[in-house]
Ligand binder design. Structure first.
Ligand code: SF4
Ligand code: SF4
Ligand SMILES: [Zn+2]
Length: 168
């Protein structure tokens, strides 16, 4: 193997090790959007090509609907200390309620619950809870909340469509 090929191989391996979105360590606070979506569980972040880096990151490879999201540029968010909607006097506003309804119905996730949990128990507790909940018990990869099976080993993702909390 030439040095060039060896270099490419090493760099690709290194990139896979340090940027693997399927590892539970991908769940970090800078992956939790202002609206409460955990971007580390998004299929847009898990895909191989044009991987979205998450709401709070640069817009490169972000889909249009998230690039143009009015929640993340809401003046009340931009002026908030926490950077989360729970701090807002209008929370949960109509936009958040609509998004929450869509996520509860389609994916079994309540973004309002996520935000209230962070507000009450803190960021680190939320991260620990999300890692424990969304890690595949069979292979240790992270589930996507948008898929019914683990993308690594095809084990069933029991959480998708399993919302059972309070309705807002
Ligand atoms: S597509 Fe949207 S929800 Fe998914 S990771 Fe990107 S910013 Fe987050
Ligand atoms: S809850 Fe408040 S900060 Fe969040 S999008 Fe609605 S108005 Fe903006
Ligand atoms: Zn798995």
């Amino acid at each position: 193997m030439s040095y060039l090929l060896l270099y490419i191989f090493v760099m690709k391996t290194h990139k896979k090790q340090t940027h693997n979105p399927l590892r539970p360590s991908a769940v970090r606070m800078n992956m939790i959007a202002a609206c409460g979506i955990n971007c580390a569980l998004c299929i847009g972040h898990h895909r191989d090509k044009r991987q979205c880096p998450g709401c709070r990151q640069m817009d490169t490879d972000k889909p249009n609907y998230c690039r143009k999201c009015v929640i993340r540029t809401c003046p009340q968010i931009l002026n908030s200390r926490s950077g989360f909607c729970f701090e807002c006097t209008d929370f949960p506003c109509k936009r958040i309620r609509n998004l929450d309804k869509r996520y509860r119905q389609n994916y079994g996730v309540s973004i309002v619950d996520n935000l209230l949990y962070i507000k009450t128990h803190g960021k680190q507790s939320f991260i620990r809870k999300e890692k424990a909940k969304w890690t595949c018990p069979q292979c240790g990869s992270l589930f996507s909340m948008h898929r019914e099976i683990c993308l690594t080993c095809t084990a069933q993702n029991k959480w998708k469509g399993q919302y059972s909390g309070e309705k807002t």
